[in-house]
Design a protein around this ligand. Structure first.
Ligand SMILES: Nc1ncnc2c1ncn2[C@@H]1O[C@H](COP(=O)(O)OP(=O)(O)OP(=O)(O)O)[C@@H](O)[C@H]1O
Length: 574
């Protein structure tokens, strides 16, 4: 690797710039995935070992369930270090899971959100080499300044400040070396892991899991083409050209390739840094409105939205504008989905659970089942609780058994598009709560509703505008409508209580069966891997072979012992 010698040293800008993310420098490779040489076999070994470790610790939870906070905190940290140790694919998976406050306890989501900040940087030499190879000229020729200290190190790339020869301030996002090769490898290894998992899953679930895997990697491969990201950024800027409170960096195409993205430098305060924002005189309520209106326009008007709205991707500039960075993961909604999303939005605003349920069915998010009442009840609960105040995860405890029952019945089938919308919305909700614990979705959306109600250009906007006018009129003339709805909801709740508690018992038994399946999978994997390993090693390493065979035997016996125990404990075959 070439060194940046003294002749090549460029003036440094870093004195005035605080890194926006914590940088973990790594001039020499710290992790295996950062090394130039990483054999497919070693990669496979690392991923399988981590998967088995995770499986075993889940199994421990089944056998010895515990609510001990320290234990869970330690395990959450272990997950974070495992993801960092396995590299970009798993850091991305962890980042996605960190937004699922609906599925995972806060201890886990909080720990996983560190994955936005704890990604190790790579050396400046490697960054310069990539820029020079991609742009075909020496760095001194291309730029007036280049800051060797990265402004941010993210999962896929590293951002350096620089100046064009014309004096314009820019940032250069350089992709991590060897990323494509690593993704290709992970694509194959995870495919093999899935094969094992599919052995125990019902066909339908397997197909869904495979669809998520395909979609995830399609997006990952898209994300490592920076020219695509540049085009997305241009499209976003065009969509928001009439909005002077929201902005995005301008792309310098002459200095942009698949692995190098050069754009205007737009510094700002991280959107969830409430203390600094308030110290600089910004009103958190206004910032919430900006963030929420920005997403509503993307979802409901443009049908083209950023699917990765984590706090690192949004900032508030000195002039109060909301700056959006990172257009690597954009999702395009089909026209039909946009129409439905609009209708769902209005149904949510009007707290009409029947319309919301029907729209969710049309969107492919929920499957129609014979008895839709439990689903409507959960939707009604969500509308009643959370449209006028922030989501409080603890409140889900009240209807936890019903939610579990719904998932066990499998009425939820999430299209990839919808899962991205939900992911974006739940992340936004988290950011909004950090800024203003009392924030109110309906109030925050008002400026957007009013703005579309008076706009008269474009098909969707006109249709959307008409609905906005009708909503505002409805709100003005029927102020007590929500209260009536809540009362009728409470009556329905009382009626359904008995029936639902019966359903939740069935759900518990289903969960126990699921535990048993996971348990069997892990045990079989351990026994199977050890036995296969032993056979493979027989010729070359007889001692290791014997040891592994012994291990396989012990795993087999342990499996039998715990399996019988579980049957007795859960009385599964009663
Ligand atoms: N144009 C810019 N001006 C100022 N800072 C920027 C600019 N672009 C990016 N940054 C800073 O660099 C950080 C990382 O950029 P970005 O999110 O685009 O990288 P990434 O590799 O796509 O990250 P990830 O995929 O993990 O979100 C941003 O959080 C922001 O703080």
């Amino acid at each position: 690797m070439r060194r940046l010698g003294s002749r090549r040293q460029l003036p440094v800008l870093s004195q005035s710039v605080a890194p926006t993310r914590q940088i973990h420098s790594s001039s020499s490779a710290q992790f295996r995935w950062q090394r130039a040489k990483y054999s497919p076999l070693a990669r496979q070994f690392d991923i399988f070992t981590a998967a088995i470790g995770l499986g075993l610790s889940l199994l421990r939870d089944v056998i010895f369930p515990t609510k001990n906070e320290r234990y869970h905190r330690r395990r959450a940290q272990k997950l974070v270090t495992t993801a960092i140790g396995l590299g970009p694919t798993f850091i991305k998976i962890g980042q996605s899971l960190s937004t699922r406050v609906d599925f995972f306890p806060p201890i886990y989501t909080e720990a996983l959100s560190q994955l936005q900040d704890r990604v190790p940087a790579f050396s400046v030499d490697a960054a310069v080499e990539i820029i020079e190879t991609e742009l075909g000229a020496a760095i001194e020729t291309l730029f007036g300044y280049f800051d060797p200290i990265p402004l941010a190190a993210a999962s896929l790339g590293q951002v350096h400040r620089a100046k064009l020869r014309t004096g314009t301030d820019v940032v250069i996002k350089v992709q991590r070396p060897g990323l494509r090769r690593l993704f290709e490898l992970d694509f194959q290894v995870i495919d093999r892991l899935l094969w094992w998992v599919e052995l125990v899953l019902p066909k339908k679930r397997s197909a869904e899991l495979r669809a998520i895997y395909q979609e995830f990697f399609t997006l990952l491969f898209q994300e490592i083409d920076y020219t695509q990201e540049g085009q997305n950024a241009d499209r976003f800027r065009i969509n928001f050209r009439e909005n002077n409170s929201i902005t995005a960096p301008e792309i310098y195409w002459k200095y942009t390739t698949a692995q190098v993205l050069t754009m205007s430098y737009l510094p700002g305060i991280k959107i969830d840094d409430r203390a600094t924002l308030e110290a600089c005189g910004f009103d958190p309520k206004k910032i919430n409105q900006l963030g929420i209106c920005c997403y509503l326009q993307q979802l409901l008007v443009d049908g083209f939205f950023q699917a990765d709205p984590h706090p690192g991707n949004m900032a508030i500039a000195a002039d109060g504008k909301l700056v959006v960075y990172d257009f690597g993961m954009m999702v395009e909604l089909k026209e039909i989905s946009t129409d439905r999303t609009i209708e769902t939005f209005w149904a949510v605003m009007k707290k009409d659970e029947n319309a919301v349920t029907n729209n969710l069915i049309e969107l492919g998010l929920i499957e129609r089942v014979e008895d839709m009442r439990p689903i409507k009840r959960v939707i009604g609960f969500l509308l009643e609780r959370f449209t006028e105040r922030p989501v409080d995860v603890r409140e889900f405890e009240r209807i936890k058994s019903e939610i579990t029952a719904l998932f066990i019945q499998q009425p939820f089938k999430m299209s990839p598009e919808m899962s991205f919308i939900l992911k974006a919305l739940s992340t936004l909700d988290g950011i909004a709560r950090t800024l203003d614990p009392e924030y109110n979705l309906v109030a925050a959306a008002q400026p957007f509703i009013k703005s579309v109600a008076v706009t008269e250009s474009g098909n969707i906007i006109t249709k959307f505008g008409r609905q906005a006018v009708s909503y505002l009129r409805n709100k003005l003339t029927q102020p007590s409508a929500n209260k009536l709805l809540i009362r009728s909801l409470e009556e329905q709740l009382a009626q359904r209580e008995l029936e639902l508690s019966f359903q939740s018992q069935a759900a518990d038994r289903s969960i126990q069966r699921l535990y048993l399946i996971i348990y069997n999978l892990v045990s079989f994997s351990l026994t199977g891997f050890s036995a296969i390993g032993a056979i493979l090693l027989t010729a070359t390493q007889p001692v290791w072979s014997l040891a592994l065979l012994g291990f396989a035997g012990i795993c087999g016996l342990m499996w039998l012992y715990f399996f019988l125990n579980l049957i007795v404990k859960f009385r599964l075959f009663r």
